[in-house]
Design a protein around this ligand. Sequence first.
Ligand SMILES: [Mn+2]
Length: 415
Amino acid sequence: MRLLHTADWHLGCELANAPRAAEHEAFLDWLLGALAEHHCDALLVAGDIFDQTQPSAAAQEAYYRFLARATSITSLRRIVVVGGNHDSATRLDAPEGVLQALDVAVVGGYSASADISRYLVPISANDGRVHVVVVALPYVHGWKLGIDDQASPGALAEAFQRLYTDLADAALKRWPDAALVATGHLTCARERELVAGHATDDDHVGTLDAPQEIHMVGTLGALPPTIFDERYRYVALGHIHKGYPVDRGRVWYCGTPVAVNFAEGASARKVLLVDLEEGALRNVQPIVVPATRRVVELRGDEASLRAALATLAGDEPEPALVSMILESPEPALGQRDAIQAHLDSLYPDRSRRPVMAAWREIRTTDGGTTPPPPPPMERPTPEMVFRRAWIERHQSPPDAGIMAAFASLMSNEVP
Ligand SMILES: [Mn+2]
């Protein structure tokens, strides 16, 4: 059986005010072709479908149009979509009944009180036998597992391990011969990565695109790959935006298919083809997503910026999106305009002209360079704002019960 693993689409996102809809449409078109060409049996989307909990109508249209068109791919038996921290769980879950009719299983959010079968998605082959069961878990807040801020650091990992193990037990009880695959939208790292705060450069792991995300989600804690029961043959993760294996090739992040920031634009974007045979993992093959436009950050003095501008022409259908950081020893007026004029003269055809989406100047003194400011923080969630307000008022963090009540209010769920 062949699965295609992708995540972190962030439909509806912008970069320096530039809309990305054309790039997302092109990616989804390409994905339909890839699913057919590689004869995939199932598609797994591991969270962050949308960039915001209230996505635009255009972003939602792109998502639903994709799902409708995917039904015409003859090899494709199932699509499994789980929610990420950027998604609204209830919004993703709302069309569940309609999507079921299209063989799309969607799990927007986790609830301990839901029937466990909600998280089990069997995939059968032509012989009618269930070959793979996907344990479809979305992003799960610690408090949904009964873990609050006072809990020990290991408590969250233990709770996740128990959840994934219980789900594996339930799946194998019902389908004893199936190969188990799990999804998750969380920060998972091996121990030395946790210590270093980022992945090391050896064994083809590379540096994380977004190491700051580990700190951002720090309250939730990074989880070790041991939370995934050994009976899972493959774990399809979302949340970290770089594609790499976390654990001996069994636990993978696929990364974003369309770069959501300039740092991600520096490396190829991928999806993963996952082959399972006779209940075992046979192969994981990254496939590069063709870029619709280059997303580039240029940094240097004026001469090197000017030189770099000449290299931005490419075969991509859309002109490059460029962030420029000018290093200069002293402030000078009009340098941005001068660079823009140079750009205009290099690319007289407006439709092919790279877009200067962001501009920043950095002072250099005595050859030393001021370090760039840290990357912008993720947009605060209502939970983060509520938590901060609570701490201000009560001088202690809200407990799990309060956070659960707040989340229920936010999602209109009955507690
Ligand atoms: Mn994401």
